[in-house]
Design a protein around this ligand. Sequence first.
Ligand code: AMP
Length: 464
Amino acid sequence: MPYGELAALKEECGVVAAYGVGDDLPGLLYMGLFALQHRGEESAGIAVSDGEQIELVKGLGLVSEVFTTSCLHDLNSIEPKLGIGHVRYGTTGGGGLDNAQPLIVRYLQGNMALAHNGNLANTDRLRREMEENGQIFQTTSDTEVILNLVARYRREGIVTAVRKALRHVQGAYSLVLQSNDTLVAVRDPYAFRPLALGRLGDGYVIASESCAFDAMGAELIRDVKPGEMIIIDEEGLRSERLCEQDVPRHACIFEYIYFARVDSVIDGLNVHAVRRSLGRILAQEQPADADIVIGVPDSGIPAAVGYALESGMPYEEGLVKNRYVGRTFISPGQLLRNLKVRLKLNPNRHVLEGKRVVVVEDSIVRGTTSRNLIRSLREAGATEVHMRISSPPYISPCYYGIDTPSTSELVAAQHSIESIRSMIGADSLAFLSMEGLLQAVPGGGNCLSCLTAKYPQQTCQERN
Ligand code: AMP
């Protein structure tokens, strides 16, 4: 479905960073953030440093709304050497400008800016302890908890401070942090959220997804490893491990299923190739007797193409997405709400009329999208609608950076497949099996919590 369709279901965040990439570092960060816009549409920000001071611009809205040519020009005027950027779709903490990132602290020993993708599992306790000790918080975001922990150890140098701070932290974090002259990037030991390292000229770039490197004209070197801390300063790049002991890798499987952009390579796998395999395997496992295959834009399309290739049925563009829908605001009357669905995703009557249709979607969460979609496909003339989902049933909330509804609202946690089929009004409904999913994402080491309700938990402190 189109990004941002669900009001209460929120995407994650995106981070980007650059060091020593030559002229116009803010412009390059802007390009990187633009490519990561799908990871968050609520706010955007860039912090840059010339080695002595940090300048920050952030605001609510899309990257193109927050940054004007003149503010990028202002950021450039300090001739920055390093910088970080962030797009946010609020998870813990809610929205508002205060929670927009990067977060920045200025104090006697220097400045620091931090941008974070993920969700911490023990923030409430950490925050309560800090508040009891007199610590003041300016935001409700768990990122400020990390920033305060780092500040606590800051006298020991930024690298030690980050390592010590993260020993307290449990959960998912892919973060980029800068002092005046040093860039640090860290991926948590489980590697829940993606983070990649790239090269641009004589400098380095870091981003949530490699599609940002393409936009910046940079080259992907590799993914940041689980529990790796990358430090980039005048001496060059070095890498350290956060903890002595390894934990099993738990990279989010949903990045492949839904979140990430199809042109990204995450942990060595191209997202488009994975989605296409999901569709192929789905066709083998769950065939349907129909005339055409259509996909739900955006994330359902490659899976639908894979399904069509495998089944031998033609792939057709049965749903047309308006590409300008991103932040359309429409008042909440019922008539306009119904029309809004059409505005975003219009069934193509020319393709659908008189056809038995297989519609491939990446996931069912609450079931509302599928119900509306199937109704509109029938109204546009489809004679049968066979729904195929390119992932196993979504049965449990994510605590690692994806804001999902509670179990009581997850339709697959509450109902059998047959009753979901009847609720959404499909002629048939089938999901990909777990074996099929793991076949399409080979290598293992993925977090499957939303599909299995089994959660990994352990802090660095406990391990060391
Ligand atoms: P629902 O209508 O609640 O069943 O939502 C299913 C749709 O939401 C599918 O089209 C998915 O592409 C999409 N989706 C899945 N996870 C998320 C998420 N975390 N945020 C926004 N949309 C999502």
